[in-house]
Write a protein that binds this ligand. Structure first.
Ligand SMILES: [Zn+2]
Ligand SMILES: [Zn+2]
Length: 138
């Protein structure tokens, strides 16, 4: 059985592919609706505004955005492409970088080996984050 700490409330739960425990998942669904409605009603709100008005951590909003679940009404300086720092409204990269990345992916074996290396690094980072949670002692 894979037991992890919830990334939001730190409670221990049975891991099923989500970083959050079942009760936080329910909360997050509600938060998502509130955040989405707030952005819809306040198209010029920044992520900080949304975080303060809705009462939700900026990290959570960023996660909705990066997952492509949520979209800002207009690009702002607090949400940037991870590759070139262009303001974007959803996902992790701007349209130009998405095109570039797709081109690179198609380039062949050499490039795909690099991508695999990058992915390895990412999972390492997640593992370290997990350890840090454990060390803090819950
Ligand atoms: Zn939780
Ligand atoms: Zn970009």
């Amino acid at each position: 059985m894979d037991i992890r700490n919830c990334r939001r409330c730190n409670k221990i739960f049975q891991y099923r592919g989500s970083k959050y425990c079942p009760s936080c998942m329910l909360d997050l669904d509600q938060i998502f609706i509130k955040v989405r409605d707030y952005i819809y009603e306040n198209p010029n709100a920044t992520i900080v505004d949304v975080s303060q008005e809705v009462g939700v951590e900026e990290d959570i909003i960023l996660e909705f955005l990066k997952a492509g679940r949520l979209e800002l009404s207009s690009p702002g300086l607090d949400y940037l492409c991870e590759r070139c720092d262009t303001p974007i409204v959803t996902g992790r990269f701007c349209n130009n970088c998405i095109k570039d990345l797709e081109r690179e992916m198609k380039k062949g074996l050499g490039e795909s080996a690099q991508t695999t290396k990058k992915l390895g690094k990412d999972s390492n980072r997640m593992y370290t984050a997990d350890l840090r949670h454990k060390k803090r002692g819950i």
